[in-house]
Write a protein that binds this ligand. Structure first.
Ligand code: FE2
Length: 251
C-alpha cells in the first residue's frame, strides 16, 4: 500500500509571491498535487523580513488561503492543508514572531538561504531559533553552492537538530544534482522531499515523480517523515555521517 504524500514546500497560494498568479493557477496546482497522491499540503509563500512585516504577511497569506479553501470546498476536493512560510534567512529571524511563520500547529519552520553566497551567522542564528523550541527545516539544500563545496556545513546543522529538505526536480533531472543528492542521502543528510512548485508548466508539482527516483526504502522513510512533520510529531532521523574529502571529491 502506498503512503499518502504530503508536500511541505510549495508556492500555491494566489498572488502572494512568485508562485501561482491567481486562483485558477492555484487550483491547477492543487489538482495536480492530488493526482500525484498528495493528501496534505503546507502552503509556504516566501517571507522576506526586509520586504514585509510579519503582520502584513500573515494578513495577505490568510486572505489568499481563504480563497483557496473556499474553492477546494466548492470542488469537494479531498485535501488537508495548513499554512507555513518559506522564510528567507536573516540574522534578524530570532527576533521575529516565529510562531506565525512556523507550520501551523507545529514547531517546524522552513528556512531558505541565499543561493549566491554563504550569509554570515548561520550557526548562531539556527541555534537561537532552536533555543526558542523550533526545528528549522533547511529548504532545498542542493541549491547552495557553499554547501556543495563543503557539505560538512550541512552535516553540522543536521547534527545540531536541523532537518534538510530537497526538491523533487533535482532528482528527476538526471545529472550532477541528482548524483549529489544521492550522496547527501547516503550520508543521512536529507530528511524530506518536497515539490517547491510554483507554476503548472514551468515548475510543476512533481512529488510522485520525485519519490519514484528514490530507492524504495528511502522514499518510504521520507514519505513518513513528511506526514510526521505535517502533524507536528517529531521524527527520528538516522545518525548523520561526516562527508570526507578524498582525492578531490567528497566521499
Ligand atoms: Fe520555495
Amino acid at each position: 500500500m502506498s503512503t499518502a504524500l504530503v508536500d511541505l514546500h510549495c508556492h500555491i497560494l494566489p498572488g502572494i509571491d512568485d508562485g501561482a498568479r491567481d486562483l485558477d493557477m492555484s487550483m491547477a496546482l492543487i489538482r495536480k498535487e492530488l493526482q500525484d497522491g498528495a493528501a496534505g499540503i503546507v502552503f509556504t509563500p516566501h517571507f522576506h523580513y526586509e520586504r514585509i512585516t510579519v503582520e502584513k504577511f500573515v494578513e495577505q497569506r490568510k486572505a489568499a488561503f481563504r480563497q483557496v479553501s473556499a474553492a477546494v470546498r466548492a470542488e469537494g476536493l479531498p485535501l488537508a492543508a495548513k499554512l507555513g512560510a518559506e522564510v528567507f534567512y536573516s540574522t534578524a529571524l530570532p527576533s521575529l514572531d516565529l510562531r506565525k511563520l512556523a507550520f501551523a500547529g507545529t514547531n517546524y519552520i522552513l528556512i531558505e538561504f541565499p543561493t549566491t553566497m554563504q550569509p554570515p551567522g548561520i550557526d548562531e542564528t539556527l541555534y537561537a531559533i532552536r533555543a526558542q523550541g523550533y526545528t528549522p527545516i533547511l529548504a532545498h539544500v542542493e541549491r547552495y553552492p557553499f554547501v556543495t563545496e563543503d557539505p560538512t556545513l550541512l552535516y553540522n546543522w543536521v547534527s545540531d537538530g536541523c532537518l534538510a529538505q530537497i526538491n523533487a526536480t533535482g532528482l528527476i533531472r538526471d545529472g550532477h544534482t541528482a548524483r549529489w543528492l544521492h550522496k547527501l542521502i547516503e550520508w543521512n543528510l536529507v530528511h524530506l522531499l518536497s515539490s517547491d512548485c510554483h507554476h503548472p508548466a514551468k515548475r510543476p508539482p512533481n512529488l510522485k515523480d520525485g519519490f519514484d527516483h528514490l530507492p524504495p526504502k528511502v522514499a518510504a522513510q521520507m514519505k513518513k517523515n513528511a506526514i510526521r512533520v505535517y502533524l507536528g510529531d517529531e521524527i527520528d532521523p538516522p545518525e548523520p555521517q561526516l562527508p570526507k574529502y578524498r582525492f578531490g571529491r567528497w566521499v
